[in-house]
Design a protein. Structure first.
Length: 310
């Protein structure tokens, strides 16, 4: 989970970010610091808030990353509702502490706060493993990455290697780099390998054996609802009480740039949809309109069927 504070007025402000990994090694971007001690969230917040005071020159942008609920999602799988409810309560308490500390510092309502995640999570199983050794001999390729999305470089005839992978498993789709669907925005970078394998939701690609390393995973097709992230925002830059039907993760970057008043670098996002959650902005909520249109069509279909069947 990611939390970011922004102050639209601080054009030349400082920034810092911090990652919480278990017991904790924080990284400050402005003044690099690595401390291998347990840093309580409370202490972090007091550091953050003390440097956020506008009268001190403050920070323009602060980001905080928590590894939860990602860590528990991998370890237990999202279907383990007992374990996930416990960790989600912890995360909820952290956000509650953040809000109360911001209120205590007199900042709540004056700064923009965005709470978001970068992916969802789906349940995996030892009964849903795809073994590359069942497809072809390992001498045929160099493995670069192994996950729901697997990347490899053929070391033998590329067409033959692709052909073996292409028909290997009904729950795995093989792509040659040039044929990766445009919507995935993944085929035009020199770092993308010649063959990409994508597992169906909940399936994992391994080389051999039957060892399941994680009970939950992400990285599957971004059209799957289970892969969708969430975003909640509060502050003077946002419309109050507004709920949009959807926004793309790549739109968060131009949204942040807009709030900070800095020009965005080239990116795949757009403010077109994100504009709908901003205060004082005109927009057409395309996701919401599409949802209403689909809903009306479904209703009409249901009514027509009911009529036809008497
Ligand atoms: Zn993860």
């Amino acid at each position: 989970m990611h939390i970011a504070f922004t102050d639209k007025n601080g054009q030349n402000g400082n920034s810092f970010s911090l990652c919480f990994f278990l017991c904790v090694t924080p990284f400050f971007t402005s003044f690099f610091l690595s401390v291998s001690v347990c840093l309580s969230l409370c202490l972090y917040l007091s550091v953050c808030l003390s440097v956020s005071q506008p009268q001190d020159g403050g920070v323009m942008f602060a980001a905080l990353y928590w590894e939860e609920p990602d860590r528990s999602g991998h370890k237990f799988g999202p279907d383990n509702t007992t374990a996930m409810a416990k960790v989600l309560k912890e995360v909820d308490d952290h956000v509650g502490l953040l809000v109360s500390e911001l209120q205590r510092a007199g900042l709540w309502g004056h700064i923009n706060v965005v709470v978001t995640s970068d992916h969802g999570m789906t349940q995996c199983s030892a009964q849903r493993l795809i073994r590359l050794d069942d497809c072809l001999h390992p001498h045929n390729y160099t493995l670069v990455d192994l996950a729901p999305v697997t990347a490899l470089i053929p070391t033998q005839d590329p067409e033959k290697v692709f052909s073996l992978l292409d028909k290997c498993h009904p729950h795995m789709t093989a792509y040659q780099k040039k044929a990766i669907p445009e919507r995935l925005h993944y085929r035009n970078n020199r770092r993308v390998q010649p063959i990409i394998l994508i597992a169906d939701e909940g399936w994992l690609i391994i080389q051999r054996g039957d060892k399941l390393l994680t009970l939950g995973n992400h990285g599957y097709d971004n059209t799957l609802p289970s892969m969708h992230a969430f975003l909640a925002a509060s502050g003077p830059g946002f419309r109050q009480g507004y709920r949009t039907a959807g926004m793309k993760s790549v739109d968060v970057y131009p949204l942040m740039c807009h709030l900070l008043g800095v020009p965005p670098a080239p990116n795949n996002g757009s403010l077109a949809q994100a504009r709908c959650i901003l205060s004082g902005e005109d927009c057409v909520d395309v996701a919401l309109v599409a949802g209403v249109v689909v809903g009306v069509l479904l209703l009409l279909t249901a009514v027509t069927c009911e009529y036809l069947h008497g």
